[in-house]
Design a protein around this ligand. Structure first.
Ligand code: SAH
Length: 263
């Protein structure tokens, strides 16, 4: 059947068998519960099924594709025709899941941020997330401090998750070809992370600090902490640094201090 791809849904189907195989081999699928987001024409879906998951859910927003997938895969997996951004991820499965997602680029970032902000303190709902991003965004997520790519997304993503780049993927691996390079990232829950009560506080602090990337941190610090000299001493902050010169931990500590001042 001829499939008309929808640009609005960011449909670039991964057709490179070597890469598809590499993706399914990243983790042990057998007897696990799998969630695939945006299965598209089912290229990855097919390979996941071959690895015999215990349960398999796929969420596809495109009505036409969802129908085709249902017809092709019948009862081998459950296709949910819905928008992942509208779904409460924690209600999808009782078991911990493995998530695969080759989503439109703008949604990958949005969904990652949504999930990070919603993560429970003690219980992660997934074993790992395997997600595709546009390379430029992936590089921001995995960057380190003192780099021009380091920013809010990096700090947020690395708070509760260990992130690793698996591979960069060229446009020729997709059909239709996207204009830019992609990267596949894997996210694993951290055992230890800073206990920030409300992740919105981390969001707020990074937003205010990174509002002016090139300016010294003195102004945003004063705005948030009213020039509190105890915190400057405790965190050994140098007020002449720029936001990108502070490592992850400093931001997590700042968020904790921000909450302490208000509790
Ligand atoms: N994973 C497939 C398809 C990638 S294209 C492959 O690698 O070949 C992105 C897929 O995500 C498309 O099938 C598109 O319809 C679907 N999609 C786009 N936005 C979505 C959303 N908000 N929720 C669920 N699926 C979405």
């Amino acid at each position: 059947m001829k499939i008309i791809t929808k640009k609005s849904l960011g449909q670039n189907f991964l057709i490179d068998m070597n890469i598809l195989k590499k993706i399914v081999n990243l983790t042990n699928i057998k007897d696990q519960t799998i969630i695939e987001i945006g299965p598209g024409t089912g290229n990855l879906t097919n390979l996941i099924l071959k690895n015999k998951p215990k349960k398999f859910l796929a969420i596809e927003k495109d009505k036409d594709l969802a129908l085709i997938l249902k017809k092709n895969f019948k009862d081998k997996l459950k296709i949910i025709n819905d928008d992942i951004l509208k779904i409460n991820e924690k209600l999808l499965s009782k078991d911990k899941v493995i998530v695969f997602g080759n989503l439109p680029y703008n949604i990958s970032t949005e969904i990652l941020c949504k999930w990070i902000l919603n993560l429970d303190f003690k219980k992660f709902w997934f074993h790992c997330l395997i997600l595709m991003f546009q390379k430029e965004v992936a590089d921001r997520i995995i960057s380190k401090f003192n780099s021009s790519k380091y920013g809010r997304l990096t700090i947020l993503a690395n708070w509760k998750l260990d992130v690793k780049k698996i591979i960069d993927i060229k446009p020729t691996s997709f059909n239709p070809k996207p204009k830019i390079d992609s990267s596949l990232l894997i996210f694993l829950p951290k055992k230890n992370f800073f206990k920030i009560k409300n992740p919105r506080n981390l969001e707020k602090i990074t937003r205010i600090f990174f509002n002016h990337r090139r300016k010294m941190i003195k102004k945003p610090f004063n705005q948030l902490f009213n020039g509190n000299t105890e915190i400057i001493k405790k965190l050994d902050l140098d007020m002449t640094l720029r936001p990108q010169n502070l490592d992850f931990e400093t931001y997590y500590k700042l968020a904790c201090e921000f909450e302490n001042l208000r509790s």
